[in-house]
Design a protein around this ligand. Structure first.
Ligand SMILES: Cc1cc2nc3c(=O)[nH]c(=O)nc-3n(C[C@H](O)[C@H](O)[C@H](O)COP(=O)(O)OP(=O)(O)OC[C@H]3O[C@@H](n4cnc5c(N)ncnc54)[C@H](O)[C@@H]3O)c2cc1C
Length: 437
């Protein structure tokens, strides 16, 4: 601690503490370091990445959950380039394809927008003609409305008003909602859903591309970001849980050192532990207390190396598993399938062994048979994201305390809690901090 206080005291540049080395905190750190600030990132965990990180489970290196990116993740992709984490190498770019093991299949051809979407809907397999036309009318109506409702409602209500209640709701809009918002359509915010539609299906063709990580989630951005800030005289201190932030005149005290600015880049439920000595933040903490959370479960099934899925990402229907990912194709982990279950459901009551058995059965049924898995792991992220509900206000980067800013996926004014929302929030908090010094 003395070491840190001494180093910080000697630094002539603006001294800024970032608390949390998730995607939001690391985005803030990169922007601040590039802007000439001297940054210290504090991270409680042994490594950076937060809710998108590499973990080791009984000797196996795994991601804490399978993640999907889309071409619309503009800020994250730009930041990856900036820190030398080449997205072309570390992400597999595929034209949007929602392919189910049986029946439904929608694929966006490499045409200019919005032709790619029209062609995808018109050629979708398993979608009756009248639904294809209705889905196109729905997208046109949303485009005319600027992908925004004056009064927010649930995604289910929006879909019902536009007669999107058949196959399209089941295989297209519903799964998109759960994948992007991690909230069931009957609860999810239509405006957050529309922001995703605007920037993906409603945007340029490349924005709707699926980008599947070829490297683990720590190597994808947080670790290269750490090297980038270290090369600019800043530091990332891992295994350093901050016990509280206190005022120190017009600056702040964090772990015994003085900082002119602080960015709190942790999850909302982690704020209270940091801010107990900052009464000005009480309203913010009360608001954070009212958030509810949604889980994401990832079940890794390791089969013999020859086992493969017919596509890198395959939809499953009618059971617990929503999407299965072929880690052999993506990361070279041959025979390994990641099964993803987003949002709340009955699976939360199951023991991990039982759940892994169910995932195997569902996968075997979808593929017409599979050998028994060699091993399995279930990673349950119980508070994976805040629930994206209609009308729940987001705090943004500013707080009632001058010099103290918020970052984190839950702070974005319109985007659901995703990697892109986290990165955008980090950039916004950094811009506020840089402007103010
Ligand atoms: C299983 C799973 C699957 C997901 N799938 C997708 C997906 O497919 N696509 C997508 O875009 N998004 C997905 N997400 C969401 C995405 O991972 C998050 O939106 C994003 O990682 C949040 O980043 P963040 O920086 O805001 O918060 P976090 O990652 O939570 O970072 C906060 C950090 O602060 C640290 N911290 C907290 N308190 C302290 C303290 N007192 N001192 C020091 N450090 C502290 C924490 O350890 C943590 O590292 C998924 C999330 C999960 C869990």
């Amino acid at each position: 601690m003395e070491d840190l206080a001494q180093r910080v005291a000697l630094s002539p540049a603006a001294r800024i503490a970032v608390i949390g080395a998730g995607y939001a905190g690391m985005a803030a750190a990169v922007e601040l370091a590039a802007g000439g600030a001297r940054v210290t990132v504090f991270e409680a965990a042994p490594g950076p990445g937060g809710r998108a990180r590499r973990v080791v489970s009984r000797g196996q290196a795994l991601d804490n959950g399978q993640h999907i990116l889309v071409g619309a993740y503009r800020e994250l992709l730009a930041l990856m380039r900036r820190v030398g984490a080449d997205p072309e190498r570390s992400l597999l770019r595929l034209p949007l394809e929602l392919r189910y093991a049986r029946g439904f299949r929608l694929r966006a051809p490499r045409l200019r927008a919005p032709m790619h979407l029209a062609a995808a809907l018109l050629s979708a397999r398993g979608l009756p003609w009248r639904e294809r036309l209705r889905a196109m009318r729905f997208m046109r109506a949303m485009r005319r409305a600027g992908f925004r409702l004056a009064s927010d409602e649930t995604v289910s209500a929006l879909l019902a008003r536009h007669a999107q209640d058949g196959i399209a709701a089941r295989y297209l809009w519903g799964p998109l909602c759960v994948a992007a918002l991690n909230t069931l359509p009957q609860q999810a915010s239509a405006n957050a859903f529309l922001a995703v539609l605007r920037d993906s299906l409603g945007g340029a063709r490349a924005a709707s591309d699926l980008l599947l990580p070829r490297v683990d989630l720590s190597s994808l951005f947080p670790e290269p970001a750490g090297r980038y800030v270290a090369a600019r005289g800043s530091e990332v201190l891992t295994g350093r849980r901050v016990r509280g932030v206190a005022r120190d005149g017009d600056a702040f005290r964090v772990e015994g050192a003085r900082f002119e600015r602080v960015v709190l880049a942790c999850a909302p439920y982690q704020l209270a532990a940091l801010a107990s000595a900052l009464p000005e933040l009480a309203p913010l903490l009360r608001a954070a207390d009212r958030y509810t959370y949604q889980p994401i479960y990832t079940c890794y099934l390791q089969y013999p190396q020859a086992v493969q899925l017919p596509a890198p990402m395959l939809g499953l229907d009618g059971g617990l598993v929503q999407w299965a990912f072929d880690r052999g194709t993506l990361t070279g982990e041959r025979g390994r399938i990641a099964c993803v279950i987003s949002a709340q459901g009955d699976h939360q009551q199951m023991a991990h062994g039982e759940l892994a058995g169910r995932c195997h059965q569902e996968l075997a049924r979808a593929l017409g048979g599979l050998p028994a898995p060699l091993w399995s792991r279930v990673i349950a992220e119980k508070r994976a994201t805040v629930a994206t509900l209609p009308g729940v206000p987001r705090p943004g980067p500013e707080t009632p305390l001058a010099g103290l800013y918020l970052a984190g996926d839950y702070t974005d004014p319109e985007y659901p809690p995703t990697l892109e929302a986290a990165v955008r929030s980090g950039l916004r908090a950094a811009a506020c901090a840089l402007r103010s010094v």
